[in-house]
Design a protein around this ligand. Structure first.
Ligand code: ATP
Length: 240
């Protein structure tokens, strides 16, 4: 689907400061409607911090940020957005199916929970308390939680980290289905093959700013691999 002129995320010179450390240092990007935008960057580059800004969990210290043309975190926009966090300690003893039913109850028009459980292969562990699930199972439940409210924009923070190849392919298929149904996706990943397989637009973040962005084809037009483009435009975390 070609991008229209109305971005789902518009960030202009966004800054975030934690104490004396500036973690986002003038980050500017746009993510287009109906597309998959992948944020790549070294550990500590600020990707999660940016997603937290986009979902209203952190207020930027400076710059301008609009999500679905609104200020992030307002009830109106929160209801239209899904977030799959990297990890969450919040759920603890609740069983996966009960958690998803609870989350579904927060939305006006949720997806049918049983169908979502079936689609993501959660059925075999749906009655196990969240804290006893394996890391990959928790990831999958987190993904279901991000989707249950039928978001028009979904933020996925390292959605396939720790997943086995079957679960990873299921997640890839799901991201493609989301895009085909018009949902906009912004995801982070450290897997270059994942970015190449899924992303319409790749944004490489380094030390709190966008180092380079474009389609995978554009970025690798000279025959360089995406990993080499990444290495060329970023610094190792220890070099901060
Ligand atoms: N609440 C916080 N207080 C202080 N520093 C923080 C806080 N949250 C994040 N940081 C710091 O901000 C920097 C960016 O962290 P962030 O999690 O956004 O990186 P990332 O790009 O998502 O990294 P990774 O790829 O390792 O997940 C890190 O140096 C981190 O220690």
């Amino acid at each position: 689907m070609p991008p229209n002129s109305d971005p789902v995320v518009a960030a202009d010179a966004v800054t975030v400061r934690f104490g004396s450390t500036e973690v986002l240092r003038g980050l500017s990007l746009r993510a287009d409607r109906g597309r998959v935008t992948a944020l790549l960057g070294p550990n500590g580059a600020g990707k999660t911090t940016f997603l937290r800004c986009c979902t209203g969990l952190i207020a930027p210290s400076g710059g301008s940020l609009r999500v679905l043309a609104e200020r992030p975190g307002t009830p109106a926009v929160t209801a239209r957005v899904g977030l799959m966090p990297q990890s969450t300690g919040a759920w603890s003893g609740i069983r996966a199916a009960d958690l998803l039913r609870y989350l579904a109850g927060l939305y006006a028009h949720p997806l049918p929970v049983e169908a979502l459980i079936e689609r993501l292969g959660i059925g075999t562990y749906a009655d196990i308390p969240y804290r006893r699930l394996s890391g990959g199972q928790q990831q999958t439940v987190n993904l279901a939680g991000a989707l249950v409210g039928r978001p028009e924009l979904v933020f996925l923070d390292e959605p396939t980290a720790g997943l086995d190849p079957h679960a990873r392919r299921t997640s890839w298929d799901l991201v493609r289905e989301l895009r085909a149904s018009g949902v906009s996706v912004v995801l982070t990943t450290h897997a270059m093959d994942e970015a190449a397989a899924l992303a319409d637009e790749v944004v490489i973040v380094d030390r709190g700013r966008v180092a380079v962005s474009g389609t995978v084809a554009d970025l690798t037009a000279d025959g360089t691999s995406l990993e080499d483009v990444f290495l060329r435009h970023t610094h190792a975390e220890a070099g901060r």
